[in-house]
Design a protein around this ligand. Structure first.
Ligand SMILES: [Zn+2]
Length: 90
């Protein structure tokens, strides 16, 4: 069980360039997955339903800027969740 305090800087968890359009984070499945909005760069959390399969794609609106974000979620062998958030291609 890993608790991620809200005050922790995103860069501690992000891999690669945090300014990239596509953000990737890896968290234990018990937690909501943190992601960085590709439009407004705010950190938010999205709940992942493991019954939805090991690979999921879905679209949810950012609670901050209300733009649709496309999520690509992968649950790995260890039960960790890898979340990619990207601007929805129009
Ligand atoms: Zn946003």
């Amino acid at each position: 069980m890993l608790n991620i305090p809200q005050a922790e800087p995103w860069s501690k968890y992000a891999t690669g360039d945090p300014r990239a359009k596509c953000n990737r984070a890896r968290v234990p499945l018990e937690n909501d997955a943190a992601y960085l909005c590709p439009r407004c760069s705010e950190q938010n959390f999205v709940a992942v339903d493991p019954s939805g399969g090991r690979r999921q794609r879905f679209v949810e609106d950012c609670p901050v800027c209300c733009n649709p974000i496309q999520f690509a979620v992968m649950i790995d062998r260890d039960g960790d969740v890898v979340v990619e958030s990207a601007e929805l291609a129009t």
